[in-house]
Design a protein around this ligand. Sequence first.
Ligand SMILES: Cc1ncc(COP(=O)(O)O)c(C=O)c1O
Length: 381
Amino acid sequence: MKTPDADVKPLVHPDEFVDLDEIIHLCTGGEAPWLKIQEKVFAEFAQLKSAGYDGRSKIYARGEQCRQKMGKLWKVPAHRIAFMPSAAEGMNWLARGLDWREGDNVVTTNLEFPSVAYAWKHLRSQGVDIRLIPHSNWMVNEIDLLNATDDRTRVLAVSHVSFYTGQCLNLEQLSEGIRDYHTLLAVDATHSSGVVEVAAELTDLTVSSSYKWMLATHGVAPCYFSERAETETKVTCFGWHNLSVWPEQGAERLANAPEKPMPGKLEPGNPAMLVVMHLDQALEILLSVGTAKISDHARSLSKQVSDGLKDLGFIVISPQNYDSRSGNTCFQLSNAKEMQNQLAARGILCWGEYGRVRISTHLYNGSNDVRRFLEVLSELK
Ligand SMILES: Cc1ncc(COP(=O)(O)O)c(C=O)c1O
């Protein structure tokens, strides 16, 4: 007899979010809901923004506070994390800054998010081989990636958690597997940061959007850069913020200006400080609940989603073992967009496209949401 799954309760009440009282929100993998407390942050920003120099100093202080929190979340020194405008920019920074030679290669997968797969687009014409390693029945095998890596692999670029299947790759295995090569490990943590543990210290670059599992919004993507990545990468964008011009120079420019170290190095101009303040607020909540608890919660719910889907006869393409699961559970459906719309019409939000439906479970979801979703799905099937 099948043992019933434990009843998982939300870790943060859905009432803490805008408009979650009437709907079941299962689409943080696309767009997270907005925390009501962010209204206060917006009001505070508005006051500080109008308060001249003093207000600006306070905004910057909040930025540094946010950096410290990101360091805690990713367990790396805060000063190695910069605020970039998008996750795409992180990968591209590496692509633009490395000293590429003909015959070099990049290893990634054919199931990657476009910014990870195509950051290297211009390098093909310089004789760099971009290796799109095929997935195997929707799973990316770490061994396949490592077998494709050789002594000319400059970058192994992957998403920590797949946008398409929710598979969580084993970063330890990848970082260990490339140890004998001079390969940088570049990771897009957009679908892991905020929901599963991100061991950024195993990587040379970890970048994540903040509008999904980190519960903030568009315009800021924290980016960890290892010492090695910093040493090997030329800065490709200069501005007042990443050069030592003030107080060293006054009004007039000298012929040259030294580059600042991390984290300023990757921030040529002002980051989107309003969003940084929203991220700071969201991280306060995520850190107070704790990543270990959130990740166990999300993985337990994803198992309930997955088991329920299989019982209904759907083909689940997300991994079944605990460590490879994440907050995303996905199943195949040719009319995925239509199913998304039908569920939305019944108050259940998910994300459906490109032949699969993605069900995302985060800290405001519980078993009740999963049961209701499966009930409605079985009626629509
Ligand atoms: C893996 C992954 N990376 C990045 C993004 C988007 O990030 P950004 O707009 O910050 O580049 C997405 C959005 O769906 C994603 O799934």
